[in-house]
Structures are given as structure tokens and as C-alpha cells.
Design a protein around this ligand. Sequence first.
Ligand code: UD1
Length: 364
Amino acid sequence: MITVHLIAAARPNFMKIAPLYHALKRTDWCNPKIVHTGQHYDVNMSDVFFRDLRLPTADFHLGIGSGTHAEQTGNVMIAYENICTEHRPDWIVVVGDVNSTAACAMVGTKLWIPVVHLEAGLRSGDRRMPEEINRLVTDAIADVLWTPSIDADANLIAEGKTTDQIDLIGNIMIDSFEMLRGKIEQSTAYEEIGLVGSEYALVTLHRPSNVDSADTLAPIVQQLVDVSENIPIVFVAHPRTIDGLKRFGLTGELQAAEAVILLEPLPYVDFMSVVTHAKLVITDSGGLQEETSYLGIPCLTLRENTERPITITDGTNRLITTANLGDMAMEAAAGNWPTGRSLEYWDGKTADRAAECLRRRAGR
Ligand code: UD1
């Protein structure tokens, strides 16, 4: 049996390790262990996801919490190095692009433990995004690169990677959705928000570039209030966003708008129930760009760029600005929107492909 550490830190990571954990657990050659760095620690950002995704309590919990980028990255490195020194795994799988991803990849490679990056090769080309730095660092040093789509392979080859380092496995977020499709379809969460029978736009925002300054967040809030006069808005807000709204005195404006429903983060199944019934989605999330493309729901991404361009070329995603948010939302609500087409290897079988790649590479 080989031991594999699956590193999970933040909400979007939990959806990516869950299908892989279950796939590896089913084998007779691998003992997967979950390492939770504690970057996300609120019950509604962490525990409820473990429950929904049927993950056991983490084998190791580093309890890092919030901090500056250097504090968070450094604290994860120190804590995870201790774990690796005492409980050396045979392999480490890091996922996504959060600070813990780069931190644990650095720890592993320096201890000569082979590191796999799940969701490798995505590039926004925007080095002002902390996630882009984490992607570049992680892909530069990881031993094996698991990519979600062919454009990611091309990015890695252009950066000098060789094909033997890359396995195109597909999009593992789709596995989580398919794993829980029955529960998502049965969930009444979308009814409980009180909009039964009416169409609505779902909003999520959390990028520092949108929510950390009043100069950006106030005009976005104004646009959303305007849009709500045409289509009700369900705004599921991330802790960073709730904090920004409070600090800039914008919460009242949203709460005063009759057709805006402001909610705290929701568990995975409930959230996907709200997504699947939405007429359109306005977001700056990476994962939602992919999930909406898979589900054929119009996605308006409030960013200057995306590391997931395939959701634009082949999916339902469009980049928007604060200035054209209202017009674009009306276009989407009217049905003037690309419907997308199915994407290769976004099929709910990514975790099995990943497990098979790992078995081969580990010589099992
Ligand atoms: C992190 C990731 C981002 C990912 C996002 C998903 C980095 C650099 N960023 O951003 O890529 O898309 O997670 O959510 O790794 N907070 C809480 N409770 C929590 C977690 C955070 O209240 O459980 C608050 C803290 O006040 C914190 C703020 O939210 O300061 C931001 O959290 P942080 O982990 O620094 O980054 P995210 O914005 O969540």
C-alpha cells in the first residue's frame, strides 16, 4: 500500500479532493489521507462540505487560519513540513491554486516526495492575481501535472514541460456534481430562499479585485440593485465579501432592495440546488465558470480575464465589466446567450482516470 496525502485548504479544494479520496479508498493499493491546512475554518466554509461530500474528518489538521499571503503560506509550510517529517507519505496531491497549494508543493518537492498538481496548467496571464502566482509556482516544481482540458496542456508545453509529466484527466469538479446529482435534484434549497416560481440571477463574488475596495464594490452593488428591478437576485456572499459590504456600509443598500436576497455561504448540495435553478449566474469564481458551462447556464464573469478560457470558447461563460453588467444580465435573461457544448473529459469519471494514472506512476 502506498500512502497519499490529499491537501485541502479552502472551500473549492474540498470539491476537488472528495471524488479522488473516494476513488483511491476503493483501491487495494492506496491509503489516501486528508490533510486540511485550515485556511478555511468557518463551519459553513469547511465542515458542511466535508459532510455533504462524505469525507471523513481530516487525518491531519494544520489549523492555519487567515493571515497575509506570506503568513498563510509560511505557516502552512512550517506545519506541513513537520507532518511530512514524522509521517512521510509516498505521494502528495495538491489541488487548485490557493496559498496552501503552492506551500505544500514546495514542502513536498524539497523533501523529495513526488508531488502531483491536480488542476494544472490553468493560466489567466494576470500576475496581479495571487492565484496566478500559486499556479505558476506549483506547476514549475510539481513532478506530475494533471490537467482538466487541452488548453492547460498547451500552456504547460509552452512553458517547457514535457508530455510525460502531463496527464489530461479532465475536470474533477464535475465528478463531485455527478456524485451528488441525486441529492442536488432532490434538494428544496432553491425553494427555501422564497422565490418559488420566479426566475432569478445567482450572484457570488469574492475576488480581492472586486470586493476589497469601496471603489469597486460600491458600483457593483449599485448595478446589482438595478438588475434586481428586472430579475430578482440571490446573492450568496463569501466571508470576505460580507466583510467588505459591512466595512463600506453597503449591506443596508442590498437589504433595502426588495428583490435582492443576501445569504451567507451555503453547503455544497444546497448551493448547487440554487445554481441549477438559476436563470443566470454573475460571479468571479473559477469553479462556477466551469459548473455553469457544464450545466448550460449563462455565466457572467466579473473579471478582466479568466484562467478557464475553454468556458468561453466552448461553454456559456462571458467576461463582463461593472459598466456593462446590467446590459449583459438582460441579454442573458432574455436568452440571447451561447449554449455551449459538451467538453471532453468533463464526464464524472475524472477521479477514476486520476487514480489509474497514479497507480501506473507509482508502479502498482
Ligand atoms: C481563498 C483563495 C481563493 C479561492 C477562495 C475560495 C488564496 C490566495 N485564495 O480566497 O483562490 O477562490 O479561497 O473561497 O488562497 N474567512 C472567514 N472564514 C473562513 C475563511 C475565510 O471568515 O472560513 C475570511 C477571513 O477574514 C479572511 C477572508 O475571509 O481574511 C479571506 O480568506 P482567505 O483564505 O485569505 O482567502 P479567500 O478570499 O477565501
